[in-house]
Ligand binder design. Sequence first.
Ligand code: SF4
Length: 290
Amino acid sequence: MTPAKSPSPKAATTAQPTRPAARKPAPKKRRAPDPAKKWASYLRRYRPGLVPFVLDGLTERYGPQHWERRLDPVSELILTILTQNTADVNAEKAYEALRAAYPSERAPEEHRPGIGWGGDGLSTAPPPDWSRVENAPLPELIDVIRPGGLAPQKAPRLQATLARIREERGAYDLEFLAELPVLEARDWLTSIDGIGKKTASIVLAFCFGAPVMAVDRHVERVSKRIGLIPEKATADQAHDLFLELVDGEHMYAAHVLLIHHGRETCHAQRPAHDICPLRDRCRMVSPKAP
Ligand code: SF4
């Protein structure tokens, strides 16, 4: 029998131990770009100067807009809830009805609505007694605010909102919002059932001069027609798009001017392009407008 060959000493010394293959570093995950920032940089690149063009044109047409507080924040919040899905004049009727049904001893409040408001403005009178509104029997409160429309939905919303403020703050007082970073303040308000970004932004913009945009149907319509925001943006997304588009110091004026333009000129039906100061750069008039 041939003996089995033993491995040559050379082979034994030259055999390399198998090394584990070097691991490839895991590919870095790229963070998805913030859609609002992405849109703002697209506009700056392809339609430079559009935002100042719009603000300058509207300011020239309707006059400069200066912020001043128009109501106490709790009154503003309740009035804004009353405006949801109804005309401002109806909200005024409902608010006046609250004052009449639940009068308070507080100092009269003066409503300074400015041109962004679609009603006549509230009379100067004390705000309602919020404790009485919160504790009123629900059917009674529904009857009181019925002239404003959607009373069965809004009455429980008013009571839940007032209850939340009182329980968390110990009083019907929202002045603490001024101390919070603006988006935290917005989050606090939107954590209340039935309060979305629009209602929260109205309170913060009109009571504290905060740099947030309330996007109502007028702001949304006008902005989409001009091409300031994408056609497909939801109203919720539009609130955040504006934070990237407009400087904080111009946000209040931008809000008021866009609303007013929507009411006066850029109507939902038959917008008056011929007299519009924005027509040269409006994408509804020309899809290739600069
Ligand atoms: S040009 Fe017409 S559509 Fe464009 S903003 Fe003016 S009124 Fe509206």
